[in-house]
Write a protein that binds this ligand. Structure first.
Ligand code: AMP
Length: 423
């Protein structure tokens, strides 16, 4: 019996993990400069948390959630997204007490049962940021700036930012009414899902992937024409701050976002050239969410992006990230006695953080030298008969061929030379 990986998932293989480390390290570095701290929540949560927050009629909850019942009959779900768990933790840990603002970031796998294709997986890895505690449009712009600076900082060029406002619950009512008026005459031509959406959430019709629905929706009224005064003002302030930060954007009134909890600002970063799944990241303001899941009425704004599509884009622009590291030093021993001599020092070298390889299975000098060269090590460290006598080792720069004998006692000189690549 041979087992295979579940459909829609993938292994991060050792040759790829340095790339992951790199994009994650860049993300951490940037968000920490903005004062965000990491939060880690469980991979599963009560299913009701997502039903309540994302909306029971959202695709994520209705069709895509990995649900399971535990041995005591409790309903859980593998998290399909990161915002609701962060909001749950914020409320549960009373993070609002003592500080008016909370800046959080997260990294980790999310799960959605969707049809796999390029850029769409069933387990995917997200990076995300949440700012909780203010309705100031400055923060909408700051959140967008983090995302934009992250992606462009990695070197990506073929991307653009799309911005919209979905209004607040007050203006959304007006808008829903306008949408129903518009779709009413076409009701029979809409797909069964959209016919259901018509009553409950007519805005979701705009997001439907069925061609007929998309065609009908093309001329539908847009939310921007139905914003009340405070929402209009908020939207224009966000744009003003983005201008100040020199972040280019285009307004796309069609961005509705898949989840129910968005208010006001909604945005996506789109990458041209990676196929249909071209949203690198998306987010927006979610002033209603905390209250909706049992917290106070606290405004918040955030985004989430997926690393899989980020890698597709980096590949598309041939932006190279580091591959596996090469050894700094490759140890070569001739005979048992040499081995006995060097092993205690090998430990010390590695504890100092120097990447040292040693392959004692290879006996001959020739085979070991070949392995050292193949590994692309910077140095070889040879211990043969002569070296044993002097309690020393011969350090050889494998590129220049230069070599020098180092005493093993004390070993500090040798370590310093390797660390500073002095030979
Ligand atoms: P969403 O929560 O749907 O707005 O997703 C935010 C980001 O997560 C998207 O822009 C993608 O980069 C990524 N993402 C969402 N769903 C998937 C998926 N099924 N596979 C890979 N990446 C995804």
């Amino acid at each position: 019996m041979q087992y295979s990986i579940p459909r829609g998932t993938y292994d991060i293989l050792p040759e790829d993990s340095p790339k992951w480390h790199r994009v994650i390290a860049e993300f951490r570095k940037l968000v920490e400069a903005y004062g965000y701290a990491e939060i880690v929540t469980p991979i599963f949560e009560q299913a009701a948390l997502f039903e309540r927050s994302s909306g029971e009629s959202s695709d994520v909850v209705k069709k895509e959630m990995y649900r399971f019942t535990d041995r005591k009959g409790r309903e859980f779900a593998l998290r399909p997204e990161g915002t609701a768990p962060v909001a749950r933790s914020y409320i549960e840990n009373r993070m609002d007490i003592g500080s008016s603002y909370t800046k959080l970031y997260y990294l980790g796998p999310m799960f959605r049962y969707d049809r796999p294709q390029a850029g769409r997986y069933r387990q995917f890895y997200q990076y995300g940021v949440e700012f909780i505690g203010s309705n100031n449009p400055y923060y909408d712009a700051e959140i967008i700036a983090i995302l934009w600076n992250y992606l462009t900082g990695l070197g990506l060029k073929k991307l653009h930012l799309e911005l919209n406002s979905v209004g607040c619950s007050v203006c959304a009512k007006e808008y829903d009414k306008a949408l129903r008026d518009y779709f009413q005459p076409y009701l029979n031509q809409l797909c069964p899902d959209c016919q259901e959406r018509f009553e409950r959430k007519p805005r979701r019709i705009l997001d439907c992937k069925v061609k007929e629905c998309g065609d009908i929706a093309k001329k539908a009224p847009i939310q921007l024409d139905y914003l009340d005064e405070p929402c209009r003002e908020h939207f224009s302030e966000v744009q003003h701050y983005l201008d100040l930060m020199k972040i280019p954007f285009i307004i796309n009134p069609r961005i509705v976002r898949g989840l129910d909890y968005y208010t006001n600002t909604a945005f996506e970063v789109i990458y041209e050239g990676i196929g249909a799944q071209n949203a690198l990241a998306g987010g927006g303001r979610y002033n209603g969410l905390l209250n909706q899941i049992g917290g106070k009425n606290i405004p918040a704004v955030g985004f989430a992006g997926g690393f899989e599509r980020l890698f597709l884009s980096l590949n598309e622009e041939k932006i190279t990230l580091p591959g596996p590291p090469f050894p700094e030093v490759f140890i070569i021993t001739i005979g048992r006695e040499a081995q006995e001599l060097i092993i205690p020092y090998l430990n010390i070298i590695r504890v100092k953080g120097i990447y040292a390889e040693y392959e004692p299975d290879r006996a001959s000098l020739k085979a070991q030298l070949k392995a050292a060269n193949n590994s692309k090590a910077y140095y070889a460290l040879l211990i043969g008969e002569e070296e044993i006598k002097q309690k020393s080792a011969l350090l050889k720069n494998l590129e220049s061929g230069e070599q020098k004998l180092y005493s093993l006692e004390p070993i500090s000189d040798l370590i310093k030379t390797i660390q500073n690549k002095e030979l």
